[in-house]
Design a protein around this ligand. Structure first.
Ligand code: TYM
Length: 345
């Protein structure tokens, strides 16, 4: 991982977040959470991990279910190894400084920048006139989430790359227009790494594993029990060919490539090693091996999730403590931006 690529000289900080819009799944884990835990355990980073409930209301949602969805995401973070004593875990909406900085950034970002965001186009669908304005400015709030902590590194899956480029554009523009020669905000580095950076649906190797896919069989949820995990892997879409001997043979075989990638991410083996072992064998042999690896890896996470989720008092305590810690770092940054931008008082 490279150092912060600016003359920015603040502390090295990590921020990331997930939307509480459905049960977290293997894609969220391998693309992001696994790296969150690695950065936390490295010890050199001050880590902030939020549940982005303000982003969750950019699409139609049920207000009665949102608080529990936030608790569920926080429980999944902790079950995956995020330690509330080492990292700050909180709900985005509990730290008003995010919204404050987002407004300032709405006036720094350019319409043309947002119009290029592919995720907006995907989520708004054909009828973009009916999409909420919040969905359009979603990446601006994301930039505020990051920069209100002056986070230097953001561990995410590959699908967030474009949003993180926008975050850098906003930081650079703010620094240029208002910084008086100083880097007020860092040019944040994305941390996108490993074979799990883009986990695909188990039902369609051309679309990513997603919380919003109508088919529950398309994903492995972090609360799935062993039988469910094994059943979903058994049912996963494949092609009729045996596994190839080398990685080249995975080109144009998205489902095979995805399952081998998941095996690699869960075991730490390279795809080449896996193909040396399973090349020439059919999915009838590979799928049970993958199911065994997945169950062994994920069972402790789902057990811990199911234990934690029954104790909402404890989760709320952790979220409150996290919000206090986060606000203590974020508010001075929002205040600095207010001052720089010329607000009264
Ligand atoms: P969200 O909630 O869609 O996803 C949360 C994290 O999981 C990663 N991810 C995946 N990685 C690999 N394969 C997949 N199939 C897969 N699906 C999801 C995502 O890349 C992400 O890291 N906009 C963000 C939330 C956000 C945020 C932020 C992230 C808001 N503010 C500030 C980082 C920093 C999102 O919708 O993630």
């Amino acid at each position: 991982m490279s150092d912060t690529p600016t003359d920015y000289s603040g502390p090295q900080r990590v921020l990331s977040g997930m939307q509480p819009t459905g049960q977290l799944h293997l894609g969220n884990y391998l693309g992001a959470l696994k790296n969150w835990v690695a950065l936390q355990d490295d010890g050199a980073w001050d880590c902030f991990y939020c549940v982005v409930d303000m982003h969750a209301i950019t699409m139609p949602h049920d207000p009665a279910k949102l608080p529990d969805a936030v608790r569920s995401a926080a429980a999944a973070y902790i079950a995956s190894g995020v330690d509330p004593e080492k990292s700050t875990i909180f709900a985005q909406s509990a730290v008003p400084a995010h919204a404050e900085l987002a407004w300032i950034f709405n006036c720094v970002a350019r319409l043309g920048w947002l119009e290029r965001m592919t995720q907006f186009k995907d989520k708004a669908g054909k009828d973009k006139e009916r999409a909420s304005v919040g969905l359009f400015t979603y990446p601006v709030l994301q930039a505020a989430d990051i920069l209100v902590y002056k986070a230097t590194h953001v561990p995410v899956g590959e699908d967030q790359k474009q949003h993180l480029e926008l975050c850098r554009d906003i930081a650079a523009r703010f620094n240029r227009d208002y910084g008086k020669g100083e880097a007020v905000f860092p040019l944040t580095e994305p941390v996108i790494q490993g074979p799990g950076a883009r986990v695909m649906s188990l039902r369609d190797g051309a679309s990513k594993m997603s919380k919003s896919d109508v088919s529950d069989n398309s994903r492995i949820n972090l609360d799935d029990d062993a039988d469910t995990i094994a059943r979903k892997i058994k049912k996963a879409k494949t092609d009729p060919e045996p596994l190839p001997d080398s990685e080249d043979g995975l080109a144009d075989r998205p489902e095979a490539s995805n399952l081998v990638g998941i095996y690699a991410a869960l075991t730490g083996k390279t795809k080449a090693d896996i193909l040396a072992e399973f090349g020439g064998q059919g999915f009838g042999a590979f799928k049970p091996a993958l199911a065994e690896v997945a169950v062994e890896y994920l069972a402790p996470i789902s057990d811990e999730y199911r234990r934690l989720i029954t104790d909402t008092t404890e989760i709320d305590r952790i979220l409150r403590q996290g919000a206090e810690r986060a606000q203590a770092v974020a508010q001075p940054v929002a205040d600095e931006a207010r001052k720089i931008i010329g607000f009264w008082g």
